[in-house]
Write a protein that binds this ligand. Structure first.
Ligand code: 13P
Ligand code: SF4
Length: 301
């Protein structure tokens, strides 16, 4: 039996389902039952009948699935796949901002630890942040941890007062304006599709800004045939699957998330064989972290 057949067999035996983010390698996306952006994956996790979720993504994604489904077993395909941005804000900073701005709403990008979610009022992802912030009754918004996404949301919701944090994604920050200008010169016919974790100087050169799923949808529905993609390169797998005749170009050579790329088929197979490592969260923490995530799902509906 080959590796893929073994994965399929074990999935059935263990009543497991494989979820993957668009940034993991194509070979992993190809064997997953569901592939999507952060919002889709967290929403989906609440509807699945299987007892076990094998999560092919970074830790905050597995944690969100566990927080929303405390009774399910959530297994990380790689226990060390973690998003550095998730650790860029701390609880003391949030408390200090709350003291200085008593009416503030703490809006937490889902790329954050369970501890940070537990101190926040509402979670958002890149696909629903604008809609959710606009719908909040509060005027003052403390947007954590991503500075770039926070600034992008602020341009879309100018009626709110934003307090920003200084977190960032090293992958999106390493997409530089000069290289994008070069790519545009090489492919003048291309549309530029960009993730909002990129810096403002990239966003202002973009034709479309959206989450990973939104970028894929936009390219798939567009009559255009050539695109420059400003986000992690794992997305090229699904872009190519859905659009075999269209052309997709990257910007420079750093669109690579080393944490997402830790996951491979060997590790998926091992996770299914051992049902380890599980995501384990202390109960009170999980209950506190559930509130802003549940609020996100309610407001994004
Ligand atoms: P999406 O929610 O757009 O999939 O983004 C997740 C992420 O980690 C971006 O770097
Ligand atoms: Fe985190 Fe950036 Fe990797 Fe997304 S691409 S998981 S934000 S490091």
């Amino acid at each position: 039996m080959n590796q893929i057949e073994e994965i399929r067999k074990l999935k059935k035996e263990k009543n497991a389902v494989i979820l993957a983010h668009y940034y993991v390698d194509g070979e992993v996306q190809a064997i997953a039952d569901y592939v999507g952006d952060s919002y889709y994956l967290s929403k989906l996790a609440t509807t699945l009948p299987e007892d076990v979720i094998i999560f092919c993504g970074v830790r905050f994604m597995g944690e969100s699935a566990k927080i929303l489904n405390p009774k399910k077993t959530v297994i990380m395909a790689d226990e060390y796949a973690d998003c550095p941005m998730a650790h860029m804000v701390d609880a003391d900073t949030i408390e200090q901002v709350r003291r200085e701005h008593p009416d503030v709403c703490v809006v937490c990008y889902v790329n954050s630890t369970a501890e940070i979610k537990a101190c926040s009022d509402v979670c958002v992802t890149s696909s629903n942040a604008v809609r959710i912030v606009r719908a909040l009754p509060n005027k003052d918004i403390f947007f954590i941890p991503d500075n770039n996404l926070g600034h992008y949301v602020a341009t879309q919701v100018p009626e709110k007062n934003f307090i920003f944090h200084d977190g960032y994604c090293h992958v999106h920050k390493s997409i530089h304006r000069e290289e994008l200008l070069q790519a545009k010169e090489l492919h003048p016919e291309a549309l530029v599709l960009t993730h909002p974790e990129c810096t403002g100087d990239i966003l202002e050169l973009s034709d479309f800004i959206g989450s990973t799923s939104e970028i894929i949808d936009y390219a798939t529905k567009s009559a255009h045939e050539t695109f420059i993609i400003c986000t992690e390169m794992g997305i090229f797998f699904e872009l190519g699957q859905k659009n075999p005749d269209k052309k997709f170009y990257s910007v420079g050579h750093r669109q690579f998330c080393p944490n997402m790329k830790r996951i491979n088929l060997d590790k998926v197979l091992q996770a299914l064989q051992e049902l380890a490592p599980p995501v384990i969260l202390e109960e009170t923490l999980a209950q506190k972290a559930n509130k802003p995530l549940a609020k996100m799902l309610e407001l994004a509906r």
